[in-house]
Write a new protein. Structure first.
Lengths: 54, 281
């Protein structure tokens, strides 16, 4: 599965079993979140929430 | 049987749980809260025997668990357990009442009373919010002047929770604390979190190493979990040179990537097996 890094613009290869909301590291060093919109698989920069944690 | 995985962000842990379930021929229904609203008292959005709560956002974890419970779902952990575990003060109150050793803790509601009471705890003193994770906003005041500065910063924030000052004695740990995992009535694995810094969270750079679980630690951990009503949890335990084990915090949606990496223990598999067993009871 392929998408595009929104930061560097280069292609990003994703696993076939990628989940919506999955955190992925792109080659360019950016941490991204997978967004699945119908047939489209998009990536957006991961925004860390103030209440994230264990 | 099938398990619903309630989540907002899927990290290594959530993927590992899905993989572990697949290996055991257990179906996992992902319940991604970013796209799935929940109707209070309505129909469950996915069919599952048990719902595993894995939201990274505390607000989403608690609210979605409450909503799913209103629909009749069995959620692990329960909303009450998540709520108690997230509140460090409530956790310590319940543990203390149950006779479980904890660090000496005082809660103060003004800058003046915090400064007065810190003297009785003795410096250095730990100042922390009553909620929060990964060691965020946890400070160490070496002396009264430092405490005054920390409190002043807190007083001028807009967050009302930072105007409740939880002060804790500083435990002279042996350069590490222990993260103990409880799954049901078992204590399957533990790690040391080793650091030169007094905050040892692995999210803050603490190194994970396998740790033994002796009988005392096992019993203490199970009693802690029972007291708070958590079924799956990560406990933060200090080793006090004089008093022995002290339970400091309990995490109801624990991270475990580092634990699996250094111990090789199949914790996601154990969690899945527990959920499968729990629904058959």
């Amino acid at each position: 599965m392929k998408s595009r890094c929104p930061i560097c613009g280069r292609e990003a290869i994703l696993a076939d079993d990628v989940m919506p909301g999955e955190v992925v590291e792109h080659d360019c060093g950016v941490t991204l979140e997978v967004v699945i919109d119908g047939d489209r698989v998009l990536l957006k920069p991961l925004e860390i929430g103030e209440d994230w944690g264990e | 049987m099938n398990i619903a995985l309630v989540y907002d962000i899927a990290r290594w842990e959530e993927k590992a749980i899905v993989e572990a379930a697949k290996k055991r021929s257990i179906r996992v229904e992902p319940l991604h809260l970013e796209v799935q609203p929940l109707t209070v008292g309505g129909r469950l959005p996915v069919e599952a025997d048990v719902y595993l709560q894995r939201c990274l956002s505390h607000a989403k974890a608690l609210s979605s668990t409450i909503a799913l419970e209103s629909m009749g779902a069995r959620v692990v952990n329960s909303s009450k357990a998540i709520s108690v575990a997230h509140d460090k003060l409530w956790t310590l109150v319940l543990l203390s009442k149950a006779g479980i050793p904890t660090p000496r803790t005082v809660v103060a509601f003004s800058e003046g009373s915090a400064l007065r009471v810190a003297g009785s705890l003795g410096y250095p003193v730990v100042v922390k919010p009553t909620n929060g994770s990964w060691g965020r906003l946890v400070s160490l005041a070496e002396d009264e002047e430092t405490l005054r500065v920390i409190l002043e910063h807190r007083v001028y924030t807009n967050n009302p929770f930072l105007k409740v000052h939880m002060l804790q004695e500083f435990i002279r740990k042996p350069g590490r604390d222990i993260r103990v995992f409880v799954v049901g009535d078992e204590v399957p694995v533990a790690i040391y979190r080793v650091s030169n810094h007094w905050i040892t969270n692995t999210a803050r750079g603490g190194r994970a190493q396998p740790a033994p679980v002796d009988e005392e630690l096992r019993e203490l951990s199970l009693k802690t979990a029972e007291t708070l009503g958590v079924e799956i949890a990560g406990l933060d335990v200090f080793e006090d040179p004089e008093r022995g084990y002290l339970v400091n915090e309990v995490n109801a949606v624990p991270d475990f990537r580092n634990t699996v990496a250094v111990t090789g223990y199949d914790l996601p598999g154990r969690i899945v097996e527990y959920l499968a067993h729990a629904t058959r009871r």
